[in-house]
Design a protein around this ligand. Structure first.
Ligand code: PRX
Length: 561
């Protein structure tokens, strides 16, 4: 197998043993030669489905779906057939390479089938988290100019169709649509199970993921087919995926983790994934770990803490002995969580640092390195990270600065949809990509995360832009101005705290607080709703009229004492 050659440079099959050697010898271009050979054109779907079928894994399980009211499973062959059918439906409705298909669905097999079907035809997917309400949905559909949408009858009520001139086809997976919608199942059933690939270039878009910035609208990060190189390598080195594993990444595919590692990365290795429907529930999650014999589990500190809080009488009832290791992402992995895992489950948790923008794990506690508690680890081979000052100069060990990565890795977002200028802001200190996180490095090259620099909020691992929440609050008749910041919280990492200036004639009350909270919840998204409020005389502003996030951060920390 071609792959062995590269990996041959890194002793021991495809898992990473000699970190320093790999850093010296490995480059993603080497991997590209192994992966793509002389093929001018590629498609990530070919690699995750056809390649597995060609290797004799067609009858192996690709997807286990588990929800209260529905259990389903698909082998790679079965998935292939569904994906082909859906791809033909897109052909039928005239979607072509470069067009956009938005997917607004709860976790369900149809979501994954639609995603792959679109990618197979070169159609760009716009994933939308199911908790988004009308404003957030409108924003994403308008910005991306999506021509087609897959959703269900319940979520359809949040889609302002009359305001979306580009939207031609709406496919409904569950419940009754209306005369203007199509039924996903009958369309798929009526389509041929065979189809042709749309072969694309490495740099052609695969999906557009909207991610919050500190100020301004969410940015449509454009990810490309070439990301498969980074996902393949990190699935091997960071997640240590092996053919007999069962992998569960608990993130929703409305977020980068649920896309990159929810299905692409494990399927690049032919490894089956578990997708659990429904909301978080400590007991059900433990039951799922046991039932599906999950061997590699990727989740977030908030979820671990909630399971710990549920108590031994919950997690102790299930046999989690199949777990080889756990990985963590999205917020700082605290010592207590790591201790719990080591003592109770008998396995370590490997922290992984990365972002929607990076598309792949970047700085990690790799299995071949010693873990230093409190550190996010070291850059994966092929990635060069540094801590730089505001001019882009590298800082010596222990100095806190901007966490930066040398531009040019395969899973890097290639653009901000429709806003090249915004994209270029990330690279203002060439050759560095500036992450927006603060960090320091120690003398052994381990990195230590020190929070966001820019005011972007991270609540329970979910990324929320303060600007969007402020805009929503300002729409309320009682609010003249608003400033929003993340306040440290033991369980959720951060909660959203809102400072509001009231319109004349309004007085603060508990009821008004509840009303404002609900206003954001129903307009934007439940996870974006402030949990705390304080009334202020004015909101601090920078000279160019933006909310002064540094001052707000000070307020939040002082009040958090
Ligand atoms: O602040 C960092 C935090 O999550 C941010 C990225 O959020 P998002 O684009 O939604 O992607 C989340 C998961 C890839 C980062 O800028 N973050 C990510 N990983 C960690 C983290 N904070 C602490 N520890 C981590 N391991």
């Amino acid at each position: 197998m071609g792959n062995q050659k590269i990996i041959g440079a890194l002793p021991g099959e495809h898992n990473l043993q000699d970190y320093d050697k790999a850093c010296r010898e490995f480059s993603f271009e080497m991997l590209a030669r192994e992966f793509y050979g002389n093929a001018g054109k590629i498609n990530i779907v070919h690699r995750v489905i056809d390649h597995n079928i060609e290797r004799g894994r067609g009858d192996r399980m690709a997807l286990y779906y588990d929800a209260d009211d529905r259990q389903a499973s698909y082998t790679f062959n079965e998935l292939n057939e569904q994906v082909n059918r859906f791809a033909n439906v897109l052909d039928k409705y005239g979607l072509q390479k470069g067009d956009r298909l938005a997917i607004f669905l709860p976790r369900s097999p149809e979501l994954y089938i639609s995603f792959l079907g679109a990618a197979k035809k070169g159609v760009i997917v716009v994933p939308m988290f199911e908790a988004f309400m009308k404003d957030a949905v409108r924003e994403r559909l308008l910005s991306s100019g999506a021509q087609a949408l897959v959703t269900n009858a319940e979520l359809l009520s949040r889609v302002p169709r009359q305001e979306l001139p580009d939207l031609r086809a709406v496919l409904i997976t569950q419940g009754a649509g209306d005369a203007q919608t199509l039924d996903w199942y009958s369309e798929v059933a009526g389509a041929s199970p065979r189809t042709e690939f749309c072969w694309v270039n490495r740099e052609d878009p695969l999906f557009i993921l909207y991610a919050a910035g500190a100020d301004g609208r969410p940015k449509g990060l454009v990810h490309v087919h070439d990301m498969m190189l980074g996902l393949w390598a990190t699935a091997a080195w960071v997640h240590d995926l092996k053919e007999d594993d069962v992998y569960w990444c608990t993130a929703d595919p409305g977020w980068i983790t649920g896309i990159a590692y929810g299905f692409w990365a494990p399927w690049l290795h032919g490894v089956p994934v578990l997708v659990k429907g429904g909301r978080f529930d400590a007991e059900q999650w433990c039951r799922a770990l046991e039932k599906y014999r999950v061997s590699v589990w990727y989740s977030a500190p908030t979820a671990f803490r909630m399971i710990i809080a549920a108590g031994k009488e919950v997690y102790g009832r299930y046999d989690l002995g199949r777990l080889r290791h756990i990985l963590s992402v999205g917020e700082p992995l605290t010592d207590d969580v790591m201790q719990w895992s080591l003592e109770t489950l008998g396995v370590p948790i490997y922290d992984t640092w990365w972002m929607s923008e990076t598309g792949m794990n970047m700085i990690c506690n790799l299995r071949c390195l010693n873990i230093k508690m409190g550190s996010i680890g070291r850059p994966v081979p092929g990635i060069q990270a540094a801590v730089v000052d505001d001019e882009g100069n590298e800082l010596p060990p222990y100095r806190i600065g901007n966490l930066a990565v040398r531009a040019g890795w395969p899973a890097m977002a290639r653009d901000v949809w429709g806003n090249r200028e915004k994209y270029e802001e990330y690279f203002r200190l060439k050759p560095w990509f500036i992450s927006g996180d603060a960090a320091y490095m120690d003398e052994d090259g381990y990195f230590y995360f020190q929070g966001r620099v820019d005011g972007v909020i991270n609540t329970a691992g979910e990324r929320v832009g303060p600007w969007e929440v402020e805009e929503k609050l300002r729409e309320h008749p009682a609010v003249q101005d608003a400033g929003v910041a993340g306040k440290p919280d033991k369980i959720r990492g951060e909660i959203i705290k809102a400072y509001v200036v009231l319109q004349p004639g309004y007085e603060w009350s508990h009821a008004l607080g509840e009303e404002l909270r609900n206003f954001v919840k129903t307009g934007l998204a439940a996870h974006a709703a402030p949990r705390e409020f304080a009334v202020k005389e004015s909101i601090p502003k920078t000279p160019d009229g933006k909310v002064d996030r540094k001052v707000l951060r000070g307020w939040v920390l002082e009040l958090g004492k």
